[in-house]
Design a protein around this ligand. Structure first.
Ligand code: AMP
Length: 187
């Protein structure tokens, strides 16, 4: 089974929670670039030192750095048959790079997890992560609209995009997402 997926959605849309569930359900690794960067910060690596101030400000780590990290991760043996990418791509440069890196097959499915604004901000303020200050949250949401939301058009044109309502109980949202994935797998 080949199942190479991306999940798109604003921070606070519930991607992290759903990714853990879907990764287990389909037996594919959950690859979160935010988690990878946070581990690097924690470990005090060169990457971590470079990324920390960018992340604290809610800005984006440069594309070439991110593409390099993802290239390395996708080259690992557990990602050969499939993966669930979370937090990447976040810009058109990253998306175009990924498409080339995965050629000729490309991505199988792009899930867009959609929730209303009020819910997103409420959830983000409740998590209390180091970069969850109000200014950084606002910056990340602005960047999402400017850089990441246009990717929906890109994947929609490729016929890969499916939209899912991310509002509701976790079980309910997982059911919606898995139904969309199962429909793809059966096609
Ligand atoms: P996340 O956990 O996905 O919200 O990511 C946390 C932070 O890591 C973001 O606010 C960015 O500063 C950085 N980051 C994660 N993924 C990327 C990416 N694909 N491109 C640029 N920066 C990223």
């Amino acid at each position: 089974m080949n199942l190479r997926m991306i999940i798109l959605g604003r921070q606070g849309a519930g991607k992290g929670t759903q990714c853990v569930r879907l990764s287990e359900r389909y037996g594919i690794p959950h690859i979160s670039t935010g988690d990878m960067l946070r581990s690097a910060v924690e470990a005090g690596t060169e990457l971590g030192r470079m990324a920390k101030s960018i992340m604290d400000a809610g800005d984006l780590v440069p594309d070439e750095v991110m593409n390099g990290i993802v290239a390395e991760r996708l080259g690992e043996s557990d990602a050969v048959e499939g993966f669930l990418l979370d937090g990447f791509p976040r810009s058109d440069i990253q998306a175009v790079w990924l498409n080339e890196a995965l050629a000729p097959g490309g991505i199988d499915l792009v899930l867009s997890l959609e929730v209303p604004d009020e819910v997103v901000i409420e959830r983000m303020l409740a998590r209390g992560r180091a970069d969850d200050t109000e200014a950084a949250i606002r910056r990340r949401l602005d960047l999402y609209e400017a850089e990441t939301a246009p990717l929906m058009g890109y994947y929609s044109d490729l016929g890969k995009l499916v939209r899912a309502n991310g509002h509701g109980e976790e079980d309910e949202v997982e059911k919606r997402l898995s139904e969309l994935i199962d429909t793809y797998l059966a096609s």
